[in-house]
Ligand binder design. Structure first.
Ligand code: CO
Length: 458
């Protein structure tokens, strides 16, 4: 039997350890070697990579994908898609979701891992349907969280629901790295007994549980795991590829990985890591083990965001209070899993509640929209007092929010004549209007300079 290994160094490890600041030029020369390692897939796009390319790296995310595809010819390319939110923080109309998936497929994505922060699968339905139409692999996600209303039975139901929607595989997404080995064993076992499609586990090393959790998951029949090459592993990233490969083989399973190629890959990224540490891009904090996350049950990334947010407001002495407030806010909001965008929304609201000295004195625009039902069906009940405060006597919406949105792709394309060069540009603009516009202008400027330079050189 084989356990599939997905390498995350280009996406999740990059995002978790260095806030997705790895430019294409830093990994271009290792792509062909990565392609020879025998990975099941290479996670390389989506999540924050799209935003980061445009915002910080002055790179066209679509071009990055095409360039990766041109070098990685055998291994499947995988992306993380936030369902109806695509790669942003709000819901987009269906026409945009379909166009986005179509172009991601055209530009090289083979496996689409799709999640909704609330596990409201109405919000992944359209993206999933389009992936199937494009003939690509659709992986449906269950976001894992621990709360009084989440249980193995509930997760198993979700798994069955995903299977009936036509997914090719199911991923349990433990973004916070809080799933224990025992929980993994029981959950994977239950899912494997109830669904026929492969079940994959995604976790992080944040709390130190990761590698043990993976081992128990595999014992229970897990079909695949996500790991990061060791020099970009652990801490808030994934458990190390080489270590898990060693363990899995000893357990009697195949991985298909080639150890001497893994060594080459690791030697390469070791050098890159050293340069990131000396430039300060890689903060030693994210490389440690954060057992506080087991107490607060919040993702490591959320913890570091809270810390920097409080530091910038000279209120780091309030950290303990904010961390106590966070689970209370989460409970008030019906126990949403703390994944993008919920982790940000809950964290900010908890900080505001503490710093303003009065709970919900100010409620963020996003939390208001959430209470109105714009993000989807909440896992549990929202605190009725909070609903009253935000909505008065009106009721939260029960329909899918995207059903209230008009198509915008064609209109935006028209508006962007002269600025956008293709449909991909239009999609970048819809996702991040100001940033994309700035990127287009700089691109224009850069290219006119290049032309001038080549002419004068002659
Ligand atoms: Co992750």
């Amino acid at each position: 039997m084989k356990v599939n290994i997905t390498e995350t160094v280009l996406r999740d490890a990059n995002q978790s350890l260095i806030a997705t600041r790895m430019p294409f030029s830093d990994f271009e020369s290792i792509l062909e070697i990565l392609d020879q390692a025998g990975y099941y897939s290479l996670e390389c796009w989506g999540g924050a990579t799209f935003d980061s390319c445009l915002r910080y790296l002055n790179e066209d995310p679509w071009e990055r994908l095409r360039k990766i595809k041109s070098k990685v010819k055998n291994t499947k390319l995988q992306m993380l898609l936030r369902g109806q939110n695509l790669l942003g923080y709000k819901h987009y109309p269906d026409d945009v979701v379909r166009k986005f998936v179509e172009h991601a497929a055209l530009n090289g994505i083979d496996i689409f891992r799709i999640f909704d922060a609330l596990n409201d699968f109405r919000n992944i339905q359209v993206a999933l349907d389009e992936v199937l139409k494009q003939g690509k692999h659709a992986q449906g996600c269950i976001c894992y969280t621990i709360s009084p209303i989440h249980s193995i039975e509930k997760y198993t139901e979700m798994g069955k629901q995903l299977e009936s929607m036509g997914v090719h595989s199911i991923c349990i997404k433990d973004m916070a790295g809080i799933m224990s080995p025992k929980e993994a064993y029981e959950l994977i076992k239950a899912l494997k007994e109830n669904v026929n499609v492969p079940v994959v586990l995604h976790t992080h090393s944040t709390t130190g549980l990761g590698p043990i959790t993976y081992a128990k998951a595999i014992e229970a029949g897990c079909d695949g795991i996500d790991t990061a090459i060791s020099s970009f592993s652990n801490g808030t990233s994934q458990p190390p590829t080489e270590t898990l490969n060693y363990v899995i083989k000893q357990m009697g399973f195949e991985t298909g990985l080639n150890e001497s190629i893994l060594k080459k890959i690791n030697d390469y990224f070791k050098t890159i890591r050293t340069s990131y540490i000396s430039s300060g891009l890689m903060d030693p904090y994210v490389m440690g083990t954060e057992t506080d996350a087991l107490i607060y049950q919040i993702p490591g990334g959320m913890l570091s965001n809270l810390i920097s947010q409080l530091k910038s407001q000279n209120a780091i002495d309030k950290l303990e209070e904010v961390l106590t407030e966070t689970p209370r806010v989460r409970e008030d909001l019906g126990f949403p899993p703390l994944v993008t965008p919920m982790s940000q929304m809950v964290g900010v609201q908890a900080a505001v509640n503490v710093l303003s000295g009065e709970r919900y004195k100010t409620i963020s625009k996003e939390v208001k929209a959430y209470i109105k039902g714009e993000y989807g069906k909440t896992p549990g009940e929202i605190n009725p007092e909070l609903i009253k405060k935000v909505l008065g006597d009106t009721k939260p919406m029960t329909i899918r929010f995207a059903d209230t949105l008009e198509p915008i792709f064609e209109k935006t394309k028209n508006d962007l004549k002269g600025l956008a060069r293709n449909d991909e540009d239009v999609l970048s603009y819809i996702a991040f209007p100001q940033i994309a516009e700035e990127f287009f202008r700089q691109r224009e400027e850069r290219e006119s300079k290049t032309v001038y330079y080549t002419i004068t050189k002659k």
